[in-house]
Every structure is written in C-alpha cells, then in structure tokens.
Design a protein around this ligand. Structure first.
Ligand SMILES: [Mn+2]
Length: 409
C-alpha cells in the first residue's frame, strides 16, 4: 500500500531573544536563549529516527525580521543533516520572516525547496514511485490579509496532495493577526489529503480525515506559551486512514502550579506540598521545566509564614539546589491570592457578586477586552491572557467591588 511519512513543523522562531529575563540565573538564561535551536535539533532528530520522506516547515522560521546570520547558519546545519539522510524539505516563510527584507541570505542545501510568494504546486516523487504535490506560498511582506486560500488548486495525476499554509482560521480571535484568513470549510473544499498550517502557537487539530493541523511552536518563548511544544509525525496512507503522532521537542517547558492553602498549614507542610507538585512536572527526558506557583487563600497561613512568601524567602527555599543541566524543575515566581472576607457585606450580596464573577469568567470577560485585540497597534503587542491572569483580574475586580461597598457602610 502506498504511504508517505513526514514531519510537520512550524513557528520555529529561531534565535528568539528571551528578553526581560535578566533576573534569572545566568546558566538558565543561556539555556533559554539556546532553546529554540535545541528544539529544532530535536525536530530533525525525530525526522531522521522516523525515516520520513520529507519535512514541512510552515513559516516563521526566524523570530526577527532581520534573520540573524547565526540563526540561518544553524538552520542550514540541521537541514544538511536531513540532506545526508536523503530527506527533502519544503519550506514557506510567514509574517515573521517574510521575503521583503534587506537581510543577507545564506544559501540552503539542495534538498530544500522554498516556496515563492505565489501559491505553487511542487511535485515530489519518492524512491518507490509514490508521488505527491506539495502546495504553498511565502509571505511577500509582513502583512498578508488577502484570502490566499482562493489560489490553492489541486493538480491531478499524483497519489497525495499536501498543502502548506501560514495563516489564521477566521473567527478565532485571540492575539494572532488575522493573516491569510481561511475557514475549515474552505480548506475541505480543496480536497487535499493534509493541511499543514502554521502561525498559531498553540497546537490544534482543526479537522481529522482529512487532517487540518496547527502543530504550534516547537519551544515556548514565555509563560503564556505553556505546556507541551513540538511537531507532528504524519503517515498518509492511500486507503485514507492518516496517522498523526505529536512529538514533544521543547528544551524548556513553561508550567504553572496551583496550591490550595488549608487552615493551619505550617511552613514544612507548605514546602513539602510545593516540592511534591514541582516534582510531578519533572520530565523523564532532558527537558527543563520553569514553573510559577499560585498559592490560593494564602491569608489562611500564619502571619510569619505569609511573611516568608511576601519577602520571597520562601521562593528562595524552593529554588535551592538549582542545576540547569539536563532535566530540572525550577520555580521562577510565586503568586498569592487572598481569601476575601465576606463578613463585611451581607451574604446575599456576596453571593450576587460571586455569581456575576462566575458569569464573567465563562463569557463576558473575553467580550469586555475584545476591543484591545482588534486594535491595530494593541494586537501587535498584546499576548493573550492566561487562565491564571484572567482569574487574577476577576479576583481584583471582585475585591475592589467588595471593598468599595464596605467603605460605603
Ligand atoms: Mn509564529
């Protein structure tokens, strides 16, 4: 039976600067600055190990528009490893690494096909005669708002059809610019066997059979890009059943931990619980984990314990024995939330406020801040709020309302 094996990756953001982390230990900062390269090496290792036919790289290879020479040289080195293993590479450029720049370009090895700004169809023929068309285009400039999807046309005469596209699904909102918009229905109408997407950094399978996939980025660049990061290994089969497997590639993973404080909890208990939760995040691979801790209802702690949290002594206790070689778990921040005292206002009113907060949590808050993200300049600089940050905003709002009412009494 005919089949094709490939790796689908996107949003490498090679040489991301990891700004604003100067307060972290030096060896950790060094490892973070190296992490996009390490993650890409992990992608290439997987491609070689899985003996794939080709690798699809769906845009935003470089983080900066200036495409540092360092990033290009190291990308080339990894692509050469694929060339030595007889693996082809299909590559499109996205909004971060569009074609309209004044940078110096290093030539890529002969196994690499870079798509131009027009939607192209490139024929691929494997060793055993299996054939495919790979479709795609590169961003000619940073902002591409047009419906490029209209230019994708299936060309008959091969076994498989694989389309690459750096763009956003319509109506997703969020913080990503609405570049090269499409709807899932539109993609399905093109009757491709696989849609290899890029642009959205959170991995998502929009459709299966045929698969429409955002692999997400290969390495989280800050706390909002948390959880597993990696690429997809795909086996397309003639009979139609496609297999997809997620492969984690990040060198450092961002995570968060919630600790619920109980009345009478002492310092040792709190410490042990934090350590236990941190250890549960430890990876069995060489991956490091950076975590933030949220202590809920921290005002239930004894005053002298609470003080060690406020003056960061407690965080330093948890950060002891920092070793940033291989796998590690390291807490970089502790956040404490306080249990509000509802005795200052009457119970019924407190319940009403609580239910409004819950309502906002499920729906209204997104709507309330939507204008920020549709703003041309705002959307460029703002990242999406994490669940935790949304909780903090709601908590502060709730506290503000309760405090104001109490003062009126
Ligand atoms: Mn990107």
């Amino acid at each position: 039976m005919k089949e094709i094996r490939f790796i689908h990756t996107a949003d490498l953001h090679l040489d991301s600067p990891f700004r604003g982390l100067g307060h972290l230990p030096k060896p950790l900062v060094q490892r973070l600055r190296e992490s996009t390269f390490t993650a890409f090496q992990n992608v290439i290792d997987a491609a070689i190990e899985k003996k794939v036919d080709f690798v699809l790289i769906c845009g935003d290879l470089y983080d900066g528009e200036d495409r540092s020479i360092k990033a290009q040289a190291r990308l080339r080195k990894q692509l050469q490893r694929l060339e030595e293993s007889g693996i082809s590479v299909f590559m499109i450029h996205g909004n971060h690494d569009h074609l309209d720049g004044g940078w110096i370009s290093l030539d890529m090895p002969g196994n690499v096909r870079i798509f131009s700004e027009k939607v192209e169809s490139v024929k691929w023929i494997g060793k055993n005669g299996v054939s495919a068309y790979v479709y795609g285009f590169s961003y000619p400039k940073r902002h591409v708002y047009s419906r490029k999807i209209a230019e994708y046309k299936r060309v008959e005469g091969v076994d498989f059809h694989i389309a690459m596209l750096h763009g956003s699904e319509e109506g997703q909102g969020g913080t990503h610019q609405p570049y090269a918009p499409f709807s899932v229905d539109e993609l399905l109408k093109k009757t491709m066997d696989y849609w290899a997407l890029g642009h959205i950094h959170q991995k998502q399978i929009l459709h299966s059979n045929p698969y429409i996939v955002y692999p997400g980025n290969i390495q989280g660049r800050h706390q909002k890009e948390y959880g597993e990061k990696g690429c997809y290994f795909v086996v397309l089969k003639e009979a139609g059943e496609t297999e997809v497997e997620f492969i984690e590639t990040a060198d450092i993973r961002w995570e968060s931990i919630d600790i619920h404080i109980r009345e009478g909890m002492d310092l040792t208990q709190l410490f042990n619980e934090c350590i236990k939760e941190m250890e549960s995040l430890r990876s069995n691979k060489a991956e490091g984990v950076l975590c933030s801790l949220t202590l809920h209802q921290a005002d239930l702690l004894l005053d002298n314990v609470l003080r060690t949290i406020e003056n960061e002594e407690f965080l330093e206790m948890l950060q002891d024995n920092a070793d940033f070689e291989g796998a590690f778990v390291w807490p970089y921040k502790i956040h404490a939330t306080m249990l509000h005292s509802s005795s200052v206002i009457d119970e019924k009113l407190a319940d009403t406020i609580e239910s409004i907060v819950l309502e906002l949590k499920s729906d209204g808050l997104d709507e309330a801040i939507a204008d920020l993200y549709s703003h041309t300049y705002g959307s460029r600089y703002l990242d999406a709020f994490t669940e935790q940050e949304l909780d903090e905003i709601l908590y502060s709002a709730q506290k503000l309302v309760i405090d104001s009412i109490s003062r009126m009494k």
